[in-house]
Design a protein. Structure first.
Lengths: 221, 410
């Protein structure tokens, strides 16, 4: 489903060139739950951002569902992300000015849905993560675990085929982290959603189908 | 989607109250200044009381005699107006009126400042004053130099107090007593050719200048009335030709300039023969308005950039979940338009308050400023343009933000 070939990412300043990713080739099958591990600064998040089309590689090719993504316009990229991808971030990135329901509805704003449909889908997504009783709350009124569950609801509301999670349990204690992990496992199992997760936590990584390790921008496992 | 934008716009406004205050203050203050300015211009230029026949009238407000190194410019003499302007064939009537002069008078030991002016009888035919009681003086009374007066409503109240009628009573101005024969509705001082507290026949003027002054310049204005609007151009040309034929009587001068112009042209006449007064005034007002609008726009652009950049995490999230740069530009412009329209509404309310304060303080005699709804509409339109101008650049800058950078900036 996801095909990466010889992906390189170089950050350039006036004086320094840093190789963040070095010839990464990776295939992720549909319905797979993959984790990416490695020390800080090894390029995990950079790789995840490139897979999520949030960043461009300096070299190499990405294909998702047999579609080359290199030449897509800003608008096409936006549509592609909206339909195919869902994101979960370590620091949640919820919009504090909007209520939980509005936060979850956000991806649906960018496709043709009615307000009624949006509300229904967002309510269903919140029910899946066990937050039906928090729809009118603002993010600042929630705990870290609840915030991450809202973020998961936002990621799944548009029923994307792929979810990219960047250290989703990184800011949570182990109990909360396990809760979030259980939700992701259920999602993968029941809905067949492909999940790629960046993590520091060996225990969490062991719960996934496959583990990819990076070191200094190169794939070592 | 609009509802979502509205929600977030209101939330953002509430979040940084000081920024919101600065933005709203900039917009509403600018709008209210524009509103007051236009209300003033509208009143000065647009209010046609008492000269309701403006479309067929021409105003003579200046005569300049120019020579090498010499120049003398001012109002016209009664002689010039009656003898030369009065000889024109096209005008059916000509009003002659002096500029208003000030004096003090006393009622029950209370000092009252009074403005009075002298007019001919045709003045009352051309200008349609609203008589609250009595009537104007006629040609017979002028010829007889009857000491009669028409006074304004404010003068009546100030001089005589709250009485029902003052016809037949006497009012003193410049140590002379005049019999009141008419009371008219007030004219604002900005209509300087027609404003006064007391109107007297020119033949009672103490200085007798109307008889003795045979030069061109003096202390009188003239208003020429054509039979129909189609005769106005002809009347204008006839006056211009008459001025060109005027004999030079003073060896210090070699040219004489005087024009019979429309109301607005004569109102803004600066005496500069090379440049029209209308051009100067319109340019000055335009520059003022542009500066007035540019400053809050720049201020808004600046505040918006700060504001939008503060929301880079939100921008990152929206982009990650499918918002294109274009959609984001649209969102921020909509938000900005909401802000500016809010500023516009506050500006409208401020304008109403400001005009009420100005009117009640009576800063300018008899000038009753009112809200002009066309201007209010244009003002709101200007607000929309403000919203677009100040929103487009920050929105465009923001939309170019890299998603990863935006998400990291939290």
């Amino acid at each position: 489903m996801i095909h990466l070939q010889n992906i390189e990412k170089v950050y350039r300043t006036d004086t320094v060139e840093t190789l963040a990713l070095n010839k990464i080739s990776l295939d992720v099958a549909k319905g797979e739950f993959l984790s990416i591990m490695g020390p800080s600064g090894c390029g995990k998040s950079t790789l995840l951002n490139i897979i999520g089309l949030l960043d461009e590689p300096s070299k190499g090719e990405i294909r998702i569902d047999d579609q080359k993504t290199a030449n897509l316009s800003d608008k096409q990229l936006a549509q592609f992300r909206n339909k195919k991808l869902g994101f979960i971030f370590q620091s949640y990135h919820l919009i504090n000015d909007l209520q939980v329901l509005d936060n979850v509805e956000l991806p649906l704003l960018y496709r043709s849905t009615t307000a009624k449909e949006r509300k229904q889908l967002a309510t269903e997504a919140l029910a899946k993560v066990g937050l039906s009783n928090r729809v009118k709350h603002f993010p600042t009124q929630l705990s870290g675990g609840q915030k991450q569950r809202v973020a998961i609801a936002r990621a799944i509301v548009g029923r994307p085929e792929i979810i990219l999670a960047d250290e989703p349990t990184g800011n949570l204690d182990s109990a909360m982290g396990n809760e979030i992990m259980d939700i992701l496992i259920q999602l993968n199992k029941n809905e067949g959603t492909t999940i790629i997760m960046v993590t520091h936590d060996e225990n969490m990584a062991q719960k996934t189908h496959r583990l990819v390790r990076l070191f200094d921008g190169s794939q070592v496992q | 989607m609009l509802k979502n934008y509205l929600k977030i716009a209101i939330a953002v406004l509430r979040r940084r109250k000081f920024f919101t205050f600065i933005s709203l203050f900039g917009i509403s203050f600018t709008l209210s200044i524009l509103m007051v300015l236009t209300a003033f211009i509208d009143k000065v230029v647009g209010d046609n009381y008492p000269d309701k026949k403006r479309d067929r009238s021409l105003y003579i407000s200046r005569l300049s005699e120019v020579g090498k190194g010499n120049m003398s410019s001012g109002l016209m003499s009664y002689y010039f107006l009656s003898h030369y302007a009065g000889s024109l064939k096209t005008p059916v009537k000509m009003a002659i009126t002096s500029g208003f002069r000030g004096t003090n008078t006393y009622v029950n030991n209370k000092k009252i400042a009074v403005n009075y002016k002298y007019t001919n009888a045709s003045y009352w035919d051309i200008l349609e004053y609203n008589f609250l009681e009595g009537k104007a003086f006629n040609k017979q009374q002028v010829d007889n130099a009857d000491k009669v007066a028409v006074i304004s409503k404010d003068m009546k109240n100030e001089y005589f107090g709250d009485v029902s009628s003052v016809i037949g009573q006497y009012i003193e101005a410049d140590n002379v007593k005049y019999r009141v024969i008419g009371v008219v509705e007030n004219v604002p001082i900005t209509s300087y050719m027609t404003y006064s507290d007391i109107y007297l026949p020119y033949t009672v003027a103490k200085d007798g200048g109307y008889k003795t002054n045979k030069s061109y310049q003096g202390g009188y204005y003239g208003i020429l009335l054509a039979n129909s609007t189609s005769d106005v151009d002809k009347m204008h040309n006839e006056y211009e030709q008459m001025v060109q034929r005027l004999p030079i009587t003073d060896k210090n001068y070699d040219h004489i300039f005087s024009h019979a112009d429309t109301y607005i042209k004569s109102y803004v006449d600066t005496g500069n023969e090379d440049q029209s007064g209308t051009f100067i005034v319109v340019t000055a007002i335009s520059i003022f308005v542009i500066i007035l609008m540019i400053l809050p726009t720049l201020n808004l652009v600046n505040i918006n950039i700060t504001r939008i950049m503060e929301r880079s995490s939100e921008i990152g999230v929206r982009k990650a979940f499918g918002a294109s740069s274009r959609t984001l530009v649209y969102q921020f412009i909509v938000e900005n338009i909401i802000l500016t329209l809010l500023g516009g509404v506050i500006g409208g309310i401020l304008s109403v308050i400001a005009l009420r304060v100005i009117n009640s303080a009576n800063l300018i005699a008899n000038l009753e400023l009112t809200i002009n709804f066309t201007v209010l509409f244009i003002g709101l339109l200007v607000c929309l343009i403000f919203g677009l101008l100040s929103g487009v650049y920050p929105a465009w800058r923001m939309s170019k933000l890299n998603v990863v950078t935006a998400l990291k900036a939290q």
